[in-house]
Write a protein that binds this ligand. Structure first.
Ligand SMILES: [Fe+2]
Length: 355
């Protein structure tokens, strides 16, 4: 009913009742995460959630960059995302307080103009940038890494398609581990790209900084038969594909699929954005270097792949990714997920510290 007469409300940081431990929250908050499509933030504020923190995104005008702030007006903690953009300012819908792009209050309608605006009336702002068609936010003011580098999205390598983000009731770690799990492909992706080979050839994982990469040659189901992709010119149901997966900690992965027979290349860039500990918004971009497939077909195919994964990943129990390797059983095909779990533990995640 009441907060204490002593001020105990946190000024920032992990919200009360967060599903993340304080340790994990602080580590994950020091990375950039996508929170929205750039196109989603237009002429009114948008509310999103990152690591349990409600965040308001807004542009002070057309063509302006996106600002990010805690989705709470410091006056009465109303949701700023319920407000509007007025006079080039984010305007709280409750009492009309106006904030500029830097989060400073510049107008209080109920305050006599000759009286000063309280200096403490500033929003809790976050680092925010737009790239690859996404709005990225870092909740820490000292990010420990930049954004993943995905040159093919920006350099005209091929047809670029941004997949509408989906919301999964799964942890970001379970999602991203699934993305580079080859073992499940012939079992789960039976109507998309899964091939007939169930034995996964041995492979090595190469670690460099925050990145983990491996390559494997597999037989996969021909993609885009109806859409005129070069693969379809072959008179075969399956074709050879060289997969290269590169995961960037904590939650992004770039997949390159190369078909040597047709010399065509197809890429998927995938990021799991941790909304809560067990809810993840999936951001994906597909680049088709063959330029033979319409963006709508690239999106539709990727969504079908996601649908195949979804039912399995949301049902994994526990939803939290075990970082003690003894908690699940691993086979050689799981080399990548073993190294991913090790690397996440080396970041300090999963440390058994009291909250
Ligand atoms: Fe999958």
């Amino acid at each position: 009913m009441f907060l204490s007469v002593k001020n105990t409300s946190p000024a920032g940081g992990r919200p009360p009742n967060s599903g993340f431990t304080q340790n994990d929250w602080e580590i994950l908050a020091s990375f950039w995460h996508p929170v929205a499509l750039s196109t989603e933030v237009a002429d009114k504020p948008v509310g999103v959630t990152l690591l349990d923190v409600p965040v308001a995104l807004y542009r002070t005008g057309p063509g302006e960059g996106v600002s990010a702030a805690r989705d709470a007006c410091p006056h009465r903690n109303a949701r700023l995302s319920l407000g509007t953009i007025k006079n080039g300012h984010l305007t709280c819908g409750f009492h009309g307080f106006e904030y500029d792009g830097g989060g400073t209050c510049v107008r209080i309608p109920a305050l006599s103009p000759e009286l000063p605006i309280p200096k403490k009336l500033c929003l809790d702002t976050y680092l925010c940038q737009e790239r690859y068609g996404f709005v990225w936010v870092c909740l820490s003011h000292a990010p420990r890494a930049g954004l993943p580098e995905w040159p093919q999205v920006e350099d005209g390598s091929g047809t670029v398609a941004i997949v509408p983000p989906g919301l999964w009731n799964a942890s970001a770690a379970r999602h991203i581990e699934n993305f580079s799990d080859l073992c499940h492909v012939p079992w789960v992706h039976t109507t998309t790209f899964g091939g007939p080979e169930v034995v996964i050839p041995p492979y090595d994982v190469h670690k460099s900084g925050l990145s983990l990469a491996f390559e494997v040659n597999m037989l996969e189901r021909v993609r885009y038969v109806e859409e005129g992709h070069p693969s379809a010119t072959q008179d075969a149901q399956y074709n050879r594909a060289l997969y290269r997966y590169e995961t960037t900690l904590p939650f992004s992965c770039a997949l390159r699929v190369h078909h040597p027979d047709t010399n065509s290349t197809y890429r998927v860039f995938d990021v799991g954005s941790p909304v809560t500990a067990q809810t993840t918004r999936i951001f994906q971009i597909v680049v088709d270097e063959s330029r033979q497939v319409a963006p709508e077909a690239l999106i539709e195919f990727t969504e079908r792949i996601n649908d195949e994964d979804l039912s399995q990943v949301v049902a994994q129990c526990p939803q939290d990714l075990p970082l003690d390797l003894r908690d699940e059983i691993h086979i050689p095909a799981d080399r990548m997920s073993v190294e991913y779990r090790r690397a996440m533990a080396e970041l300090g995640l999963g440390a058994a510290r009291p909250d």
